[in-house]
Design a protein. Structure first.
Length: 560
């Protein structure tokens, strides 16, 4: 069980443990199903999660902070967080009648450049202080010498992680663990039955079911302990996806796990279940096979464009409280706007053609008055674009740049500032006097409702902007939002930020929408950034279907 620090302390000093953040309820639910819990408290968790679980505000408070090290500023903030978190977990420890069996120190720290043993010892000491000297601490690292050398610490039991492989490799990996843990169990604390997916990915390198079962069976034969990661897929709702150096992680965290992100059974699940059921010495026999949750395709939904990205969009958001006027552009962090989008706006004081922004993260949608000029890209796979030639960039024209934070980098850990991070020039001359406004989910939803009765369709030549529609669900069930033929954007249903869609790039096409997000009368709002799809004169359409769609264009079944 990962606990992302930034999910519970989105803003410094304001803690959230309600609703989806109720970790006590989650742990109790595990106990009620006769499960032990391995808690992974971080402070860094990886998990392909936004910033690896580290709060964005750390780099706002200390822009040169060395995260995941013994930097006193970082350890001070971790201690404040652990002061809140660890007493909550204490009541759920096994020794106190709860299901928490072990607590992980950091996460795959051996993969981090710092190799700071003092830092790891400090974390371990904090855990001992709050949870007791008898609590079982452990570390998880890759199975090589360099990973274990830097990732282990004195009072924590070293474990390793690896996916399906040969018996020879399993022996070698556990031999390396045994070198650092001469006594105690062999443990694969992250056994991978699948893998993550990035936007733009063309193929998956996945293990076969036979490879999964053969490796698991051999580890079982050795008496090793096995923890599947992931066993149940998940979803990066809202803006919670992380990113790698080349591309962001998709909204789905299905991971091709034995149970899908919607909780459905897969052939992997049935194979693992049958494998365990046939183990005569395995005391926990599987129960009845559960039924999949109901999925309903609610069909086509008409969306009306209510607010194009342009001057009126800017006029409405500039009245919000999350705006600042500065001589030069500021970052998301300086604006204290953590995720999603920031709109940068200025009125040009001189004519020009060539717009250049040397450093901007991650994508910038450039608009002159009401016309989309193009998209600047910091880096996507091997592509980047930091300049463009503008049309209509004249004195008095309104230049708007909508910048999207596509998710802070998960690994390696960096101080991942977002937004416009350099001067903006037009034909080499610096553009100054900017207003920047953050677009919170509540603001986007309220903008849609305020603009609903107005019509700016004659302003929009691009199809980018806010769209809104309604649909009725006679019976509530899980469903999948299908934006095929649309470009890229964000979707909100009944105020819930479902996540990012990008069918023009893929491989994920549909977004999972769980039943609890729906009502009988539903409102859908779409922020489209590239081009709307399936449009007629007065409206465009999207669909809700009863199954997910991914469009991997190449197939490969070899796992590495």
């Amino acid at each position: 069980m990962y606990i992302p620090w930034n999910f519970h302390e989105v803003y410094n000093g304001r803690y959230l443990f309600n609703g989806q953040r109720n970790i006590t309820r989650f742990i109790e639910l595990a106990a009620s199903n006769q499960l032990f819990v391995l808690v992974r408290i971080g402070p860094y968790i990886c998990a392909e999660w936004e910033n690896g679980g580290l709060p964005w505000w750390l780099i706002r408070k200390y822009n040169d902070i060395h995260q995941r090290t013994s930097d006193k500023r970082f350890l001070k903030e971790v201690k404040v967080w652990f002061d809140v978190l660890l007493p909550i977990l204490n009541a759920q420890l096994l020794k106190n009648g709860g299901p928490i069996l072990m607590v992980q120190v950091e996460n795959e720290y051996g993969s981090h450049y710092a190799c700071d043993k003092v830092y790891m010892e400090q974390l371990s000491d904090m855990i001992r202080y709050y949870l007791g000297t008898d609590i079982i601490q452990y570390t998880t690292d890759g199975s090589s010498e360099s990973y274990l050398k830097c990732g282990t610490t004195t009072n924590a039991y070293p474990t390793i992680d690896f996916g399906p492989t040969t018996q020879q490799n399993v022996n070698a990996y556990f031999a390396m663990q045994r070198h650092y843990a001469p006594h105690g169990p062999l443990v694969n604390s992250e056994f991978y039955p699948g893998w993550l997916v990035l936007w733009g990915q063309k193929k998956q390198n996945l293990p076969s079911i036979t490879e999964i079962i053969d490796t698991a069976d051999y580890m079982y034969h050795l008496g090793a302990n096995i923890n599947f990661y992931m066993f149940h897929g998940g979803t990066n709702f809202g803006y919670w996806n992380g990113a790698e150096t080349t591309a962001p992680v998709i909204t789905s965290y299905d991971y091709t796990a034995p149970l899908t992100e919607a909780g459905d059974l897969t052939p992997k699940y049935l194979a693992i279940r049958n494998w365990l059921a046939n183990k005569s010495d395995w005391p926990y026999k599987p129960g009845k096979i559960p039924r999949d949750n109901l999925k309903i395709g609610y069909g086509s939904v008409k969306l009306k464009e209510i607010l194009p990205l342009g001057k009126h969009f800017w006029e409405l958001i500039s009245a919000s409280q999350n705006c600042r006027t500065t001589k030069y552009p500021i970052s998301f962090e300086q604006l204290e706007h953590p995720f999603g989008f920031v709109m940068y706006n200025t009125r040009l004081k001189f004519d020009g053609t060539n717009l250049t922004i040397p450093l901007m993260k991650d994508r910038g949608y450039v608009i002159i008055d009401n016309e989309l000029q193009g998209v600047l890209v910091n880096k996507f796979e091997s592509y980047s674009k930091h300049w463009m030639d503008l049309r209509g960039a004249r004195v008095g024209a309104v230049l708007g740049i909508l910048v999207e934070n596509q998710g802070r980098q998960t690994i390696p850990t960096i101080n991942d500032f977002k937004g416009i991070l350099s001067n903006v020039t037009l034909d080499g001359e610096i553009i100054d006097d900017w207003i920047q406004c953050g677009l919170q989910t509540k603001l986007i939803v309220s903008l849609a409702w305020r603009a609903k009765e107005w019509s700016y369709l004659n302003e929009n030549k691009n199809g980018i902007g806010l769209y809104m529609g309604n649909f009725y669900a006679n019976r509530l069930a899980d469903t999948f939002f299908n934006p095929i033929n649309w470009g890229k954007g964000q979707v909100f249903i009944n105020g819930h930020n479902i996540g990012r869609y990008w069918p023009s790039v893929g491989p994920q096409i549909t977004l999972y929408v769980p039943k609890p997000f729906l009502k009988h009368n539903n409102t859908i709002i779409v922020l489209e950034l590239e081009h709307a799809g399936n449009c007629q004169k007065q409206f465009c359409t999207i669909n809700f279907i009863d199954h997910p769609i991914f469009n991997f264009t190449e197939s490969q079944n070899n796992y590495a």
